[in-house]
Design a protein around this ligand. Structure first.
Ligand code: GLY
Length: 434
């Protein structure tokens, strides 16, 4: 079926990423239905009908889809992929442009992802140890010489990974953190510590074919200069040529080939992956290394790429769900910078409050997306999470950053934003780095 004006698409999720997806669905002429936990004013304004719901309550969401005669469902947030929602919709004959629960395991179990890459000898994998006993933990961390990234196996909202020498200052601290995860989850993953610039490569896929999106970089640390605790992501950049100044084209090609190999392995395993696959890579001297593979649009990087996407997004996601991927979109040649406005203390002890937003803030060079907020387009209540995303579009990353900075005085209230994302100083440092 080709998406047409009467197609009904249900979007699950109420964050900034979902606001950007909602705009693309309605711009394609499809009718938007939404299921979300917060009263996101932008998504609600675009929806023909919406359901305020715990996003993990898959029977309620599936019933809503069936009762409204929805043709296709698109899932935004990762925790929803770890419920039986996609499978139960498919059993009811509803198309889903997101992975089944088993295919989403590529994100929801970091141990599965490492094991799959290992078994199929896919390039870009790194040394890892899945530890389930205290003695082994002691041997590797307290008595070992290697440095590790210490990770829970499952979803962490970007906040559970801690790296020795960065968030974990000595072996005893690393051991304590790993022991805490082991005692709670029964397992902990220790991955070889690697260094380099991280980049995000997202693709649309029907399980076999891929359509790459522009490269992006996410800034996870809470404070300027990449300091402080990890967060869900404070902002992100893409460049005019859809590359990044610190990722050469060979590295990008290799990262795409790694994603294709993972898709091939998943087909062989009998769990073909349909949806957006988001590879988070590190550019190292030995080529791109896989940091994580995710089963959805990145947030925030997905918002950057959706902001420069033209064409028929609804048709693309229908073709993806039908196993017959067709490229019906293209990305404008513009640089983008996204900065998230968050409550003060976000990342540790957030202090939610209210934000007032001047009317008429959006232009053809500046987008304003609503994230984990409830309220109206001019006045929102923040939760403890990311509130608003401002995206500047320009000829260069630095100019796009300036566009966002110029718009900040139009948002009133007590908030925090990382001004350094995409600044000249930051970009010069990144390009100079050997
Ligand atoms: N960009 C971080 C994430 O979406 O997980």
């Amino acid at each position: 079926m080709v998406a047409c004006l009467s197609s009904k698409v249900l979007l699950v999720g109420g964050g900034g990423r979902e606001d950007a997806i909602a705009r693309q669905i309605t711009a394609s002429g499809a009718e938007l239905f939404s299921a979300l936990k917060n009263r996101n004013p932008s998504i609600i304004a675009r929806s023909r009908e919406y359901l305020i719901v715990d996003e993990l309550d898959y029977p309620a969401i599936a019933n809503f889809a069936v009762s409204r005669g929805v043709d296709l469902v698109f899932i935004g947030p990762d925790p929803v992929l770890d419920t039986p929602l996609a499978d139960s919709l498919m059993e009811k004959g509803i198309k889903v442009a997101s992975p089944s629960r088993r295919a989403a395991k590529i994100e929801t179990s970091k141990a599965y992802m490492r094991d799959l890459m290992d078994r199929y000898r896919i390039q870009g994998n790194i040394e890892s140890h899945l530890v389930s006993g205290h003695d082994e933990l002691e041997k590797l961390i307290l008595n070992g010489t290697e440095e590790y990234a210490v990770k829970p196996i499952g979803l962490t909202g970007g906040k559970g990974v801690k790296v020795m020498g960065i968030q974990l200052s000595g072996r005893p601290e690393a051991y304590e953190y790993a022991r805490e995860i082991l005692s709670r989850d029964g397992q902990v993953l220790l991955e070889e510590r690697i260094s380099g610039e991280e980049f995000s490569q997202m693709v649309f896929t029907d399980g076999t074919h891929v359509i790459p999106m522009p490269l992006a970089q996410d800034f996870k640390r809470a404070y300027e200069g990449d300091q402080g605790p990890n967060t869900g992501g404070m902002g992100s950049i893409t460049d005019r040529d859809h590359q990044l100044p610190f990722v050469d084209s060979q590295t990008r090609e290799k990262s795409l080939s790694i994603l294709s190999s993972i898709l091939g392995a998943m087909r062989t395993e009998g769990t073909p992956f349909v949806g957006v696959m988001y590879g988070q890579f590190m550019a190292t001297r030995e080529g791109p290394k896989v940091v994580e593979i995710n089963a959805r649009f990145a947030d925030p990087e997905g918002i950057n790429v959706l902001s420069i996407m033209d064409g028929d997004f609804a048709e693309l996601i229908f073709s993806m769900a039908e196993g017959n991927l067709r490229n019906t979109v293209n990305f404008r040649k513009m640089a983008t910078v996204l900065k998230y406005i968050v409550p003060p203390g976000y990342g540790t002890n957030p202090a939610p409050g209210t934000l007032e937003i001047d009317s008429g803030l959006e232009t053809d060079k500046l987008m304003l997306y609503y994230a984990a907020v409830s309220g109206t387009m001019n006045r929102v209540n923040m939760s403890g999470s990311r509130a608003l995303a401002l995206v500047g579009l320009a000829e260069s990353i630095c100019q796009a950053s300036d566009i966002v900075e110029a718009a900040l005085p139009k948002i009133h209230g007590n908030y925090y934003v990382r001004h350094d994302i995409g600044s000249r100083e930051m970009m010069e440092k990144k390009i100079r780095r050997p």
